[in-house]
Design a protein around this ligand. Sequence first.
Ligand code: IVH
Length: 705
Amino acid sequence: MSTANILVDELTEDQAKQELARLATEIAEHDRLYHAEDAPVISDAEYDALRRRNLAIEQAFPHLVREDSPSRRVGAPPVEKFEKLRHRVPMLSLDNAFSDQDVVDFVARIRRFLKLEQHAPVAMTAEPKIDGLSLSLRYEGGRLVSAATRGDGQVGENVTANARVVADIPKVLAGNFPDVIEVRGEVYMTQRDFLALNARQEAQGKQTYVNPRNTAAGSLRQLDPAMTAARPLKFFAYAWGEVSEMPASTQTEMVDALKRYGFRTNELMCRCETAQELLEHYHAIEEQRASLGYDIDGVVYKVDDLALQQRLGFVSRNPRWAIAHKFPAEKAFTILRGIDIQVGRTGALTPVARLEPVTVGGVVVTNATLHNAEEIERLGVKIGDTVIVQRAGDVIPQILGYVEERRPADARAFQFPTVCPCELKTPVMREGTAGGGEGVVRRCSGEFACPFQRIEHLRHFVSRRAFDIEGLGEKQIEFFFRDPDIPVKSPADIFTLAERDAQNLKKLRDKEGWGELSAKNLFAAIEARRTIPLERMIYGLGIRHVGERTATTLARAYGNWKDFHDAALAVSRGDLSAREEMDALDDIGGAVIDAVATYFGEEHNRKLVEALASQVNVEEAERPAADSVVAGKTIVFTGALERMSRDEAKDMAERLGAKVAGSVSSRTDLVVAGPGAGSKLKKASELGIEVIDEDAWFQRIAGSS
Ligand code: IVH
C-alpha cells in the first residue's frame, strides 16, 4: 500500500521515512515545474497541503528529517534559461477600471487634461483585453530580428527562436513597412487547442496544464523551439514600440497598418466617441465572451489620436491615454478555517482569512484579506462560517459576507490579539486619528526590534520597484535574515554578502537550496544593483507615504543623493527653509514631509541609510531634457491656462527637465501666469521673478521636446 494515504498520526517509523522520501521528490518536481517551466500541474492549495504534510511528519519524527527536505529549501534555484533583452521603449501596463463610473471618470480626466470642452468628442478605441502574455517583435528591413517577453517592462527574455516557430508571427513583413518597427501584442492559446493539448498530454501520461494562459506562457518559454512549434500558439498585434517612420496618425490606422504587414488584429476593435459608446461596446463584447474561443478578461480603451496620446503621456508606468476595463469579479462560497495576523513593514497588523481552497475565476484562492478588526466586526464572520469570496483581477481576494443558515454551532468569534505575534510579543497600539479618536489600524510597537517589521522592510527594499535584485525575493530575504553565517539584518548587509561569504568557511553554495550557480548568480545580481537610480533608492528606503511617484518627484527635484539626503536631514531637524522647499514641490504635502522627518529623525534609520549609501552608487536623477531652455529651472503655473490644463502644463515642464512648484519663493525661476492670477503673481513681482503668459511659454519652449 502507498504511504501517501496514511494519516500522519498512524505512520510507523518506516512508513514515515518512506513518505518523507516520496514527498521530497514530489515537492522538488512541483518546484521545478512552477519555477523553471511556468507550468504548475497542481493548485497552490494542493502544493501547500504537500508541504504541510511533510512538515507534520518531520515534527512527529524529527530524527528522520532529510538532507534534501523541502522545508530546508528556499524556493527553486533561479534558472538562467533565456538571455535578457532590454526594451528600447519600455513595455507598460494599464491602469484598471472596474465600474461604468470609472470609465466615465477616465474620459473626463482625459478631457480635463487636454483642456477640452466637457462634452467635446474624443475618439477612442475599444478592444478585447486578451488573457495571454505580451510579446515585443522587432523587425529590421522587414525581417524579424528579435522577440522579447515583457519581463519587468524594461528587460524581457529573448525568445526569438521560439517566436520564429509561431505560425501567426510573420518572419517577413508584407507591403510597405517602416525600416524599423517593434510590433507588440499578445500570445495566447485558444480554449479548444488548450483542451486538445491537455487531452494529448493525459493520454501520454504527461503533465496537464491549469489554463490556456499558463500554457501559452510555458510554451513560449520552452528551451527547445521544436517543443514550442508543437504547441498551437496564436498572436494578436495591438501595439508597437520603436518605429522608424510612423505610417499613421491614429490608433485605428496603425492597427490597420499592422494588418497590412501580415499580423492578425482583433476584429472586435471599434472606434467610439463618448464614454457611453465605450460602455455599449464593452457590454457587447462581454456578451460574446463565452463564444470567442479564447480567454479575455476585459476591454481596453485607448485614445485614438496618436498626437493626443503623446500629449497625455504617462503616470508612472501606465499611459494616461489608455485603461483596461475589467470584467466583474467572480464570486464563490467557501469555509473560513482560521484568521492569521500578518505584520507589515510599518508594524500594521492585518488579519488574513485562511480559506478552504476554492476556485474563483480560474484561480485557486486560499487566503483573503480582512483589512482590520473593524472589518471583521462589520462582516460579522466567525471561524467555521461559510463565506462569500470575491476576486477581481489582480486584486487580493476579499470576503463579502457569510451565510447565516450555514453557521455551524461551534463557530468561533475571532479575538484580535493585544500583542504582536512576533517572538517579542510587544504590545499592540491603536493609532489616533486626526479627530482625536482611535484609528482602525493596530500596530506593533516593536519597530526596529520586531523581526516581522524588519523582514518586511527588507522585502520592500528588494521588491520590484525598489532595488529589484534578481534571485533575492521574499523567501530568500527571510532565509538570509535568519541565516547564522551571513545574516542580512539591514539593506547594507545585502551588499556585503559576497564578501562575507568569501570569508566564511561555510559557503552559501553548500547550503540547502543553493548551489554553485545560484550563489554566483545572486552575487552577480546584487553587484549589478550596486549602481541604482535615485528614485529607486528613495523609494527603497520604505519611508511611509513615499510611494514610487513621490520618490520620483523627490528625485527629480533634488537631482542627486547628497542634495536629497541633506534636505531630508534638515527637515528632520526642523529646518523651516528646507521644509518650505520640500513643501513647494507639487504633489508633496504635510503627510509626506512629516514622514520624511520622522524617518530621518530616528537614529536607527540614519545609520541604516548611511551604511547603505556607503555601499551603493546612487545615480543622478534622470533629467528628461537637459538641453531644453527650461531644464533645471523651477517654474510655477498660476491663474487660468487656456491652451492646456494645469496637469498637462506640469507634465510638459517636467518632461523638459524643469521642476514645477506649487508656490512662489526665492527659489522660483519663472512664473507662467494666466488671467486671474492673484497672490502668486504679486509675490513674484515682489521678489523680482520673471513672469510670462501662456503664449510666451509656448514660444519659449518651441523647438524643445
Ligand atoms: S495595450 C501601453 N491592448 O494587458 C499599453 N494591452 O495590463 C500597451 N493586453 O501588458 C498595452 N490585451 O499584455 C493592450 N488589446 C490590448 C491588450 C493588452 C491584453 C495586456 C498586455 C499588457 C496588459 C496591461
